[in-house]
Ligand binder design. Structure first.
Ligand SMILES: Cc1cc2nc3c(=O)[nH]c(=O)nc-3n(C[C@H](O)[C@H](O)[C@H](O)COP(=O)(O)OP(=O)(O)OC[C@H]3O[C@@H](n4cnc5c(N)ncnc54)[C@H](O)[C@@H]3O)c2cc1C
Ligand SMILES: NC(=O)c1ccc[n+]([C@@H]2O[C@H](COP(=O)([O-])OP(=O)(O)OC[C@H]3O[C@@H](n4cnc5c(N)ncnc54)[C@H](O)[C@@H]3O)[C@@H](O)[C@H]2O)c1
Length: 482
C-alpha cells in the first residue's frame, strides 16, 4: 500500500500506536518537529471518526434532515409531493463523504509528511520496546492512541442476537423496519432521529429518566420533544434486562419488539492486547490509561492521547491531545491539556455546550443569562424558534460557560469557546459588531442583558449619574463663558 514503510532497527523518536485522530495528529506534529516518527495502525488509518463515527453519522443526518425539511416545507408555503427515501443512495452519499475525506488520513498523506507507517498491530514489550507487526522496535518515546470500542452490556440473551453497534450499523443494506436503540446518549439521539426521519419505526430506550443525560435539562427536553415529533418513541427510566430474537424485555415489566437492535450505551477504552503491564503503564479506576495533565502515563517514556484516556469521547479532544502529547514527548515540554472542551450533539435542534453548565452555575452562585430564540429575528424568519442561548457569567462578568440549542448551534459555539478561553467579558461580546440576522444575535442579546444589569446596579448607576451631572455642569459653564 502507498506510504507503508519498512522498519529500521535504530530507536525511533516517537512510536505512535493507533492511526485514529489522536494518532494521526500526533504523528503529523512529531514529524513536523523533525522527529523520526513511526505510526502503527492495525486496521485502517482514520479511526472511529472517519469510518464509523463523526463522518458517517453526520452524512446520514444530512440525508435525514433533507427528508424532514422536505416534509416540513409546507409550513413555508412550499409543496414537494410525497417524500421518498432511497436508502441505497443515502448509503452511497455516506460512502462518498468518507471517500472524499479519507485521503487526508491515508498512509500516503502521512508518508508525505515524513511519517513511517506500518500496517499491523503494535504491542509494548518493555519500558522502551515494542513488537510492531511482529518485529522488535526500540523507542525514545511512545504514544498510545488506541481509542475506544462500543460497550455491549451483559444483558441476558444478547449474545444470541445479532446486535448492531456504532461499528456495524453502517453495513445495513436496508432501512430497518422497527429499530430499537438501547441508549439515549448522543449516538442514540443522533441515529435514532436520523433513522426515524428516513422512515424506520424507532424506539429509544434509556435507563435514565431523560435523554442526553449530562446535558442541560431544558436542552434535553427540547431534543426529546423533537424526537417525538419525528415519530421516535421514548422509553425512559427503563433498562434492558433480557433479549430474545425480535424482543427486548425491560426492567419496568414492558418489552419492545424490533427488527434490528442498536446498542449505544457508551464506549470502553481499548487497553487490552497492547502490553500495558510489561511497559509499566497503569490504568485509572474507569479502566482508561491513567495520564497526568501533560498526558504522560506512569511510564515516563509513554504518553497517551484521545479516547484511550477515557471520556469525554470527542474527535477535537483527541486531536488536541495528539498535538500536545507529541510535542511534549519529542521536545520534552510540559504543555497541559486545556480543560475547556466544547461539545455538540447534532440532532435537530443541535445542542452545543461548553464550560460551566447553567445547573452548576446556580449552585456556585454564578449568573446565567438566557435568551429564548422566539426573540431572535433569524429564528423567527426561519420558523425555528424552539431553542435558547444561555451564558454563564462569573462575578467579574467574564464568560465561563454556555449552552446553545437551535439550528447549527455548533457554529455559534466556536465564538463562545474562544471567549471563554481568552477570559472575555460580556461587554467584549456585546461591544463586538455581529452581522444581522444570525443566531449569534442571541449571544449578543444575552451578553447585553448582563451589561445592562451591571449598569443598573446601585454603585455603577450612582457613578454614571454623577458623570452625567458633572458633564452637564461643565457644558453649562462652557456655554456661559462664550
Ligand atoms: C457514531 C459516532 C458518532 C460520533 N460523532 C462525533 C462527533 O460528531 N464529533 C466528535 O467530536 N466526536 C464524535 N464521535 C467520537 C469520535 O469518533 C472519537 O472520539 C474519536 O474518533 C476518537 O479518536 P481516537 O484517535 O482517540 O481513537 P480511534 O479513532 O478509535 O483510533 C484508534 C485507532 O487505534 C487502532 N488500534 C487499536 N489498537 C491498536 C494496536 N494494538 N496496534 C495498532 N493500532 C491499534 C484502531 O484500529 C484505531 O484505528 C463519534 C463517535 C461515534 C461512535
Ligand atoms: N456529537 C458528538 O460529539 C458525538 C456523537 C456520538 C457519540 N459521541 C461520543 O461517543 C460516546 C458514546 O456515545 P453513547 O451515546 O454510546 O454513550 P453515552 O455514554 O453518552 O450514553 C449512553 C446512554 O445509555 C444509557 N444506558 C446505559 N446503559 C443502559 C442500559 N443497560 N439500558 C438502557 N440505557 C442504558 C445511559 O443512561 C446513557 O444515556 C459519547 O460519550 C460521546 O462523547 C459524540
Amino acid at each position: 500500500m502507498a506510504g507503508v514503510t519498512r522498519l529500521r532497527t535504530d530507536p525511533v523518536d516517537l512510536l505512535v500506536i493507533g492511526g485514529g485522530t489522536a494518532g494521526l495528529v500526533a504523528a503529523h506534529t512529531a514529524a513536523a518537529l523533525g522527529a523520526r516518527t513511526v505510526l502503527v495502525e492495525r486496521d485502517r488509518t482514520g479511526g472511529d471518526c472517519l469510518w464509523t463515527g463523526c463522518v458517517p453519522s453526520k452524512a446520514v443526518l444530512a440525508a435525514a434532515t433533507a427528508a424532514a425539511d422536505a416534509r416540513g416545507a409546507g409550513a413555508l408555503g412550499i409543496g414537494t409531493g410525497e417524500v421518498t427515501v432511497d436508502f441505497a443512495r443515502v448509503r452511497a452519499h455516506v460512502q462518498r463523504a468518507i471517500a472524499t475525506i479519507q485521503p487526508q488520513d491515508s498512509p500516503a498523506s502521512l508518508a508525505e509528511a515524513g511519517v513511517e507507517v506500518v500496517l499491523g498491530a503494535a504491542v509494548l514489550t518493555g519500558p522502551d520496546t515494542a513488537l510492531v507487526d511482529g518485529r522488535p522496535v526500540r523507542f525514545r518515546a511512545a504514544l498510545l492512541a488506541t481509542g475506544a470500542a462500543p460497550l455491549v452490556p451483559p444483558i441476558d440473551g444478547i449474545d444470541a442476537v445479532e446486535v448492531l453497534t456504532s461499528e456495524t450499523v453502517w453495513d445495513l443494506a436496508e432501512l430497518p423496519g422497527r429499530l430499537v436503540v438501547l441508549g439515549g446518549g448522543p449516538i442514540g439521539c443522533e441515529l435514532g432521529q436520523a433513522y426515524a426521519r428516513l422512515g424506520s419505526e424507532v424506539t429509544v430506550v434509556d435507563g435514565a429518566d431523560r435523554v442526553l443525560g449530562p446535558e442541560d435539562a431544558d436542552a434535553a427536553a427540547l431534543v426529546a420533544a423533537a424526537l417525538r415529533r419525528d415519530g421516535v418513541r421514548l422509553r425512559l427510566g427503563a433498562e434492558g434486562t433480557r433479549v430474545e430474537p425480535g424482543l427486548l424485555h425491560l426492567d419496568d415489566g414492558g418489552s419492545v419488539a424490533f427488527d434490528r437492535l442498536l446498542v449505544a450505551v457508551g464506549r470502553r477504552p481499548r487497553t487490552d492486547d497492547v502490553g500495558l503491564e510489561l511497559a509499566g503503564v497503569e490504568l485509572d479506576e474507569r479502566g482508561a490509561v491513567a495520564v497526568d495533565g501533560t498526558l504522560r502515563t506512569s511510564n515516563p517514556r509513554v504518553w497517551a492521547a484521545g479516547d484511550v484516556t477515557g471520556g469525554p469521547f470527542f474527535t477535537h479532544r483527541s486531536g488536541m491531545h495528539g498535538s500536545i502529547a507529541a510535542s511534549n514527548a519529542v521536545l520534552g515540554l510540559r504543555r497541559a491539556v486545556d480543560p475547556v472542551v466544547p461539545r455538540v450533539t447534532y440532532t435537530s435542534p443541535e445542542v452545543a455546550s461548553v464550560g460551566i453548565s447553567p445547573a452548576d452555575a446556580r449552585e456556585r452562585g454564578l449568573t446565567v443569562r438566557r435568551v429564548e430564540h422566539g426573540t431572535v429575528d433569524r429564528a423567527v424568519a426561519e420558523g425555528a424558534t424552539d431553542g435558547f442561548t444561555s451564558l454563564v457569567v462569573d462575578r467579574r462578568h467574564r464568560l465561563v460557560g454556555g449552552v446553545v440549542v437551535g439550528p447549527r448551534a455548533g457554529e455559534t459555539l466556536g465564538e463562545l469557546t474562544l471567549a471563554i478561553r481568552k477570559g472575555l467579558t460580556t461587554a467584549d461580546l456585546a461591544g463586538t459588531s455581529h452581522a444581522y440576522p444570525t443566531y449569534n444575535d442571541a449571544l449578543v442579546d444575552a451578553a447585553l442583558d448582563d451589561v445592562r444589569a451591571r449598569l443598573a446596579g446601585p454603585l455603577v448607576r450612582g457613578a454614571l449619574r454623577a458623570a452625567v451631572w458633572v458633564r452637564g455642569r461643565l457644558r453649562d459653564a462652557q456655554r456661559s463663558e462664550r
